[in-house]
Design a protein around this ligand. Structure first.
Ligand SMILES: NC(=O)c1ccc[n+]([C@@H]2O[C@H](COP(=O)([O-])OP(=O)(O)OC[C@H]3O[C@@H](n4cnc5c(N)ncnc54)[C@H](OP(=O)(O)O)[C@@H]3O)[C@@H](O)[C@H]2O)c1
Length: 247
């Protein structure tokens, strides 16, 4: 079995590696000698910016709203890495900002597909593979404080999806614990990434609501994701950790 300590030879698939938090996670993993499947969709990461570790990195392009594409991506990752020790379900977005009185069925489905169905599908593929190969691996789901507050009128289904993602974490954690596989979630408040350049108009007002008085940094989220992946967290399973500046 490969090391499951986020270090040399640790095989981990990170979704949304082209975004602010995913990129920080990939960087930290590569520095520790991990083999990283870096998933993206529209924005291909510049592998040269991950020098000198780029040989330990495999780029995987997929629209995560399509379950067949996810199957193909997972297989490509397994063929390249030879197995899986860790999965970070980090990709996520508000598909469209639209009041719940106006939103269409198709738009609801898009939010739920990306933020809930995709992490479930990937978690299931990873759990099956880990179980078959007797790997005591770890999964981290990236959630949002929208799970607690329900999101805004324009982000209701994003919030619902994140809340369901947390519920999935409780449930799968109980299934996985006897197998030595762990699944936890990290609930984030406001982090300084392209996500907020797209979605929050008045950041000053939003930041005033955070007791710490500032946004989180992608590296701070990455640190906790690596902690949850690390086998030193072996007794932590089926939990939601909040990283919210006190909110
Ligand atoms: N930033 C925050 O304040 C905050 C707060 C709470 C929770 N979160 C959560 O943290 C995670 C990372 O967000 P971030 O802040 O790093 O945002 P980000 O910089 O906007 O990154 C979002 C990532 O999701 C990917 N993505 C979007 N739609 C996709 C699709 N249909 N198929 C596949 N990939 C798709 C993007 O890929 P491409 O760019 O390649 O298209 C990108 O890599 C998300 O789950 C988000 O919900 C963030």
């Amino acid at each position: 079995m490969k090391s499951d300590k986020c270090s040399e030879g640790f095989r981990v698939l990170v979704t949304g590696a082209s975004g602010g938090i995913g990129r920080a996670v990939v960087k930290e993993l590569l520095i520790r000698g991990a083999k990283v499947g870096a998933h993206y969709w529209k924005n291909k990461p510049d592998v040269n910016s991950f020098m000198p570790h780029k040989k330990n990195m495999c780029l995987l392009k997929t629209d995560l709203r399509n379950l067949k594409e996810i199957d193909g991506m997972f297989q490509r990752f397994i063929n390249w890495a030879g197995g899986i020790d860790g999965l970070v379900n980090n990709a996520g977005d508000v598909f469209i900002r639209k009041h719940f009185l106006e939103i269409s069925e198709k738009e609801i489905d898009a939010d739920l597909s990306l933020n809930l169905k995709a992490p479930f599908w990937l978690s299931r593929l990873a759990i099956k593979n880990m179980e078959e190969n007797k790997v005591k691996g770890a999964i981290v789901n990236v959630s949002s404080i929208a799970a607690k507050f329900g999101g805004s009128r324009q982000t209701l289904f994003y919030g619902l999806a994140k809340a369901a993602l947390e519920t999935m974490t409780f449930s799968l954690g109980r299934y996985c614990a006897p197998l030595g596989i762990r699944i936890n979630a990290l609930r984030l408040s406001v982090f300084d990434t392209p996500f907020h350049q797209r979605h929050v108009k008045d950041m000053r007002e939003r930041i005033q609501m955070i007791p710490a008085g500032r946004m989180g940094k992608p590296e701070e989220a990455a640190w906790w994701i690596l902690c949850l992946l690390n086998s030193k967290s072996a007794y932590m399973n089926g939990q939601v950790v909040s990283l919210t500046g006190g909110e």
